[in-house]
Structure formats: C-alpha cells, structure tokens
Write a protein that binds this ligand. Structure first.
Ligand code: ADP
Ligand code: ADP
Length: 221
C-alpha cells in the first residue's frame, strides 16, 4: 500500500553507504516532510523512487508499481529533483512548452501555469540562465504540476525561494494534499516543512533516524 512505498531501499557507492535500509510510505492526502542534513541521502532516495538511480537492494513503488513502469509518468507523478539543472538557453515559457509537449498536455495551459507559480509573462520571456534559484524552483514546480499529477516528489524546492515564495509553496502543497494528492517534500531545514508536513521521515547518514507525526516524534524516546 501507499502511494509512495519504499522498502529496505539501499544504495552503496564505493566508499559510502548513501542510503541504508530505508523504508517508509506516503499516503494520499498527506504531505511527508523528508528531513535531513546535506549528504544524508535524501536526493539518492528520491532518485531511486523516480527510477533514476538503481538501488543496490530494496525497492520503491509509486501507485503500486516501480516508477519506470508507469506509462507517461508525468501525468501521474510530478517530480522536481534539481531545479538548478534546467537548460539555461531556453526561456521559462519555452521550457514549459517543451514539458507540455513531452507530457501531451495542451500548450495553451502553459500561460496559466506560469502565472500560478508566480512567473509573470515578463519573467517567462527571459532565459532560464538569467533566473535566480528561486525562479528556477518556481519553473520546476510548474513543470511538476503541468501534467495534473496526483503525486508530487520535490527535492529541496524551498532552496532559493524567498519567504513569500516559501509561503506560496506551503499553501499550494497543502491545497494539493487536501484534494487527495500525495506529497514527498525534502528539506534540510525543519522550519521549511514544519508548517505543511503531516508526517516526517528523518534521515541521517543514509539511515532513518525517526519517522512519524510531529507529536509522535516529540514523545518518542
Ligand atoms: P542529500 O540529498 O541528503 O544531500 P545525497 O543523497 O545527495 O544527500 O547524498 C548522500 C551521500 O551519498 C553523500 O555522502 C553523497 O556524497 C553520496 N553520493 C551521492 N551520489 C553519489 C555518487 N554518484 N557517487 C558517490 N557518492 C554519492
Ligand atoms: P544533491 O544534494 O542535490 O543530490 P549533490 O551535489 O549531492 O547534489 O549531487 C550532484 C550530483 O553529483 C549527483 O548526480 C550525485 O549523484 C553526484 N555525487 C554526489 N556526491 C558524489 C560523490 N561523492 N561522488 C561522486 N558523485 C557524487
């Protein structure tokens, strides 16, 4: 069960165990805050969930199947793994039009989506290379939302966002989950996810340090 299900997921590189025996589930209608310091294994876990990094052992499924077996995955699962990696030569609008074409979504929806994430026409006409990290995050969130998914997997989306942007993202994610969506949201800052997450999965040194609601985490020994 679980819209996202991670079971004994392990990734070992030559010298490091990036992720070691990690298990958790994310349920519909909830935001799961995936918390841990830099280098804890959050990105590696998320990349394994999205089929971009093969696990050494263990498994991950989204909507009951490995991500790579979902047809047109972007229509079910919105993913933002590395906002800084967007192609810098295209404008924001061109980037999102391309995403729409890949997803098979009407490109007429691009303008409204750019507006929704706070990239007005003037910003959308600029090259991504001239964007701040916060603007790249907004564009990445637009890409993730464009396919009207039911699951969102976002790696450090608050990085580079200003306080207004973080506030906007929180209400967007809350609304998404309240409509039945499933969200996995990573951060190295408790403050960024505290207000929006229903549950927390805390990872450190590649291992799960704790998981549960805030109340459970505060009362568990
Ligand atoms: P986080 O996202 O929490 O910052 P990462 O998942 O990026 O953590 O990294 C976890 C650990 O795995 C770190 O020690 C990182 O240097 C290491 N790591 C990540 N990717 C690789 C790789 N391709 N080769 C070797 N080590 C890696
Ligand atoms: P993030 O924290 O966003 O994952 P990183 O800087 O950890 O960013 O990783 C960026 C890229 O470098 C990823 O493809 C990751 O797999 C790779 N990487 C990270 N750490 C190492 C490492 N110690 N050795 C080799 N590749 C690494």
């Amino acid at each position: 069960g679980g819209m996202i299900s991670v079971a004994s997921l392990t990734k070992r590189y030559r010298e490091v165990a990036a992720v070691e025996d990690v298990s958790f589930r994310c349920e519909p209608g909830t935001v799961t805050g995936f918390l841990g310091p830099n280098g804890a294994g959050k990105s590696t876990t998320m990349r394994m969930i999205c089929g971009l990094t093969p696990p050494t052992s263990g498994s991950a499924t989204v909507q009951g199947v490995p991500y790579r077996r979902i047809s047109n995955p972007g229509r079910h699962v919105g993913v933002l793994l590395d906002a800084a990696a967007q192609h810098s030569g295209r404008t924001g609008r061109e980037t999102l039009v391309l995403t729409a074409q890949v997803l098979g979504v009407d490109t007429a929806r691009v303008g409204a989506m750019l507006d929704r994430v706070g990239l007005p026409p003037k910003a959308a006409k600029r090259r991504v290379g001239a964007y701040s990290l916060g603007m790249r995050q907004r564009l990445g969130i637009a890409q993730a939302l464009l396919g009207d998914p039911t699951v969102l997997i976002l790696d450090e989306p608050a990085n580079g966002l200003d306080p207004e942007g973080i506030h906007w993202m929180r209400s967007m994610l809350r609304d998404f989950a309240d409509r039945g969506g499933t969200v996995l949201l990573s951060s190295h800052l408790l403050l960024e996810v505290e207000a929006v997450a229903d549950r927390f999965v805390v990872i450190a040194g590649g291992r799960i340090a704790a998981q549960g609601t805030k109340g459970e985490l505060l009362t568990k020994p």
